[in-house]
Design a protein around this ligand. Structure first.
Ligand SMILES: Cc1cc2nc3c(=O)[nH]c(=O)nc-3n(C[C@H](O)[C@H](O)[C@H](O)COP(=O)(O)O)c2cc1C
Length: 208
C-alpha cells in the first residue's frame, strides 16, 4: 500500500490555487495507486505553533514539563506522518518571495536531528532517502526564468530542506503568472494540473 501525505499551507482556504491543485493531485494519485492511504495536513487552515523554548527542550531531550510533553507529542505526530509517507505532496503558495510561515513552521517541527537527518564524520546525512516529493508552487508572478528568477526564495529553500532530509526525488510543478490576467492564470493552472496528472500516472517526471 502506498502512503501519501498531502501538506497544504495556504491562508486562502477554498480559494487556494495550490490547495486545489493538491486536492486534484490527491485524486490522481488515488487512481494511480489503488488502496493508497492519503493523510492530509493543512497547516494553512490549522497553523502549527512556532517553536518555543519548550519545543526545543522537548525535541532535544526527554520532555520534563507538561508544556514540553505537549510540544514533543505534536512534533512526534508530525514526524510520524512524514515517516509513514512514500510520497509527500507539498502545496506551497509564495508569500513575500518565500514559502508561507505556516509551511516553514511545519519544516521546523519535522526536521528533527537524529530522525530526519544526522551529522556524521563526513557531514550531514538525510535519513528519509526512500521518499518521493511533489512540490506544487503557486505564485502571482513569474520566477521560473528571466529577471524574476533571482527573487525566488521559495523553491530553492524548500528543495534544500527536502534534500537535507534525504528527499532528493522531487517533482516540481509551478502555477505562475496568476496575477498576469485571467487567461495567463487559467493556462498556468491547467498546465500545472496536466503535469501533476502525468506525474501521477508515471508518464512524466518534472524535476527542475
Ligand atoms: C501575504 C501574501 C504575500 C504574497 N507574496 C507574493 C510574492 O512575493 N510573489 C508572488 O508572486 N506572489 C505573491 N503572493 C501571491 C500568491 O503567491 C498567489 O496569490 C498564490 O496564488 C497564493 O497561493 P494560493 O492560491 O495557494 O493561496 C502573495 C500573496 C499573499 C497573500
Amino acid at each position: 500500500m502506498t502512503n501519501i501525505l498531502i501538506v497544504t499551507s495556504s491562508a486562502n482556504g477554498a480559494g487556494s490555487v495550490s490547495g486545489r491543485l493538491a486536492e486534484a493531485h490527491a485524486a490522481q494519485l488515488a487512481e494511480a495507486h489503488p488502496g493508497a492511504k492519503i493523510v492530509r495536513r493543512d497547516v494553512g487552515a490549522e497553523p502549527l505553533p512556532h517553536l518555543t523554548a519548550d519545543t526545543v527542550a522537548a525535541i532535544k531531550g526527554e520532555p520534563q514539563s507538561a508544556a514540553e510533553r505537549e510540544a514533543r507529542a505534536l512534533s512526534d505526530s508530525l514526524v510520524a506522518e512524514l515517516q509513514a509517507a512514500d510520497i509527500v505532496v507539498i502545496a506551497s503558495p509564495m508569500y513575500n518571495f518565500g514559502m508561507s510561515s505556516t509551511l516553514k513552521a511545519w519544516f521546523d517541527h519535522v526536521l528533527r536531528a537524529g530522525i530526519a537527518f544526522r551529522y556524521t564524520s563526513e557531514g550531514p546525512e538525510g535519513l528519509f532517502k526512500d521518499k518521493k516529493a511533489v512540490l506544487i508552487e503557486s505564485r502571482a508572478g513569474f520566477y521560473s526564468e528571466g529577471d524574476g528568477a533571482v527573487m525566488d526564495g521559495q523553491e530553492p529553500h524548500i528543495r534544500n530542506l527536502l534534500g537535507f532530509m534525504g528527499i532528493t526525488d522531487v517533482t516540481i510543478v509551478r502555477a505562475e503568472k496568476l496575477a498576469f490576467g485571467p487567461d495567463a492564470a487559467e493556462a498556468s493552472i491547467a498546465a500545472a494540473g496536466e503535469a501533476l496528472g502525468a506525474f501521477a500516472d508515471g508518464s512524466l517526471r518534472l524535476a527542475a
